[in-house]
Design a protein around this ligand. Structure first.
Ligand SMILES: Cc1cc2nc3c(=O)[nH]c(=O)nc-3n(C[C@H](O)[C@H](O)[C@H](O)COP(=O)(O)OP(=O)(O)OC[C@H]3O[C@@H](n4cnc5c(N)ncnc54)[C@H](O)[C@@H]3O)c2cc1C
Length: 290
């Protein structure tokens, strides 16, 4: 199939209007943001929404701002905006690291932070990056809004905490002192989906790892997180030996599938290497060395 099935189209004028339109058009209606995941799925008839509710007019959801000890990103912030943001680069270099590897400028100019998280594709790079950062997401519906840790947001492939009638409106990322972060991906060609990716966040107390966040993409990690490797690092000296060991643990506990991108052993080997390398880089950044 190359053309979508017929659908009705509505353009939301505000967040409340989008929520009202979702209620009016029922469970077969879907939000469209950048459309870079949804439209291809519609062409393949993997998604057949009765109505598309377009939220591209909601420019008040397109922002990156510091509020207290958090950076807040609106759901309609485009990949390109995240990539170019000085605030993001200063506090969370893991995000531009990841954004640089996502597709190409055409996709990055249009695709959104909210769409990436809500698509919940197991290969989505931002899901791993925000999980490593221990971000929260804000979901709004007719009854009001709730804040959900991003580590509880993904319920499985293509399933999230967003119920029908609700909208993801914001991502909140905590700013931490003496913290660095980094992301690396192996792809078959530039701009492709990951064979495997890892993102790490390291907070230091002296030369000890006070807290670590490790996100994994495309290798079947529960909630995109290498929790066992994080546990093994916490409280240990920030050394290359500790990072290699964390990589080994992450590789052991993830669950990659063999596919056209490679066999399971290859993907586990990539995880071990990418986790160790991103932990090293994140630590260098926390020390102000990179
Ligand atoms: C050629 C190509 C290559 C790509 N490569 C990569 C890659 O390497 N890495 C990567 O991470 N991504 C990649 N992407 C995906 C890209 O990041 C998309 O932008 C992203 O997946 C979806 O964002 P979107 O705004 O286009 O969402 P849409 O396609 O508009 O929506 C996706 C889903 O989220 C829902 N949704 C959207 N916004 C909201 C909201 N605010 N609240 C509730 N539900 C919402 C929609 O209903 C839909 O179900 C690629 C895409 C293409 C086309």
């Amino acid at each position: 199939m190359q053309v979508p099935a017929q659908f009705a189209y509505e353009k939301a004028t505000s967040v409340d209007d989008a929520i009202e339109l979702l209620a009016r058009h029922g469970p077969e209606s879907l939000i469209v943001a950048g459309g870079h995941s949804l439209i291809p799925m519609m062409k393949l008839r993997l998604a057949e929404p009765s109505t598309l509710i377009d939220i591209n007019g909601l420019t008040d959801l397109d922002y990156i701002r510091v509020e207290g000890d958090q950076v807040r990103l609106g759901a309609m912030t485009r990949h390109a905006t995240v990539l170019e943001s000085a605030v993001v680069r200063e506090h969370f270099p893991i995000l531009p690291d990841a954004e640089r590897t996502i597709a190409d400028p055409l996709v990055r100019n249009r695709g959104t932070v909210g769409g990436s998280l809500c698509q919940a594709d197991p290969s989505e790079d931002l899901s791993a990056a925000f999980s490593a950062l221990r971000a929260d997401v804000v979901i709004r519906g007719a009854e009001g809004q709730r804040v959900v840790p991003v580590r509880e947001f993904h319920h499985g492939p293509y399933e999230t905490a967003v119920a029908h009638g609700e909208l993801l409106i914001e991502v909140r990322v905590p700013i931490r002192t003496r913290t660095g972060s980094a992301y690396q991906k192996v792809e078959r060609r530039a701009g492709d989906w990951a064979v495997a990716s890892a993102g790490s966040v390291v907070s230091l107390d002296g030369d000890t790892v006070a807290e670590a966040g490790i996100g994994l993409t495309a290798v079947g990690a529960s909630h995109f997180v290498a929790a066992e490797a994080e546990d093994a690092l916490r409280g240990r000296p920030a050394t290359d030996e500790a990072f290699t060991e964390a990589g080994r643990i992450a590789a052991e506990h993830c669950a990659p599938s063999a596919d056209q991108r490679g066999p399971v052993d290859y993907k586990r080997a990539l995880v071990a290497e990418l986790v160790a390398r991103t932990l090293q880089r994140a630590t260098a950044r926390a020390r102000g060395e990179a």
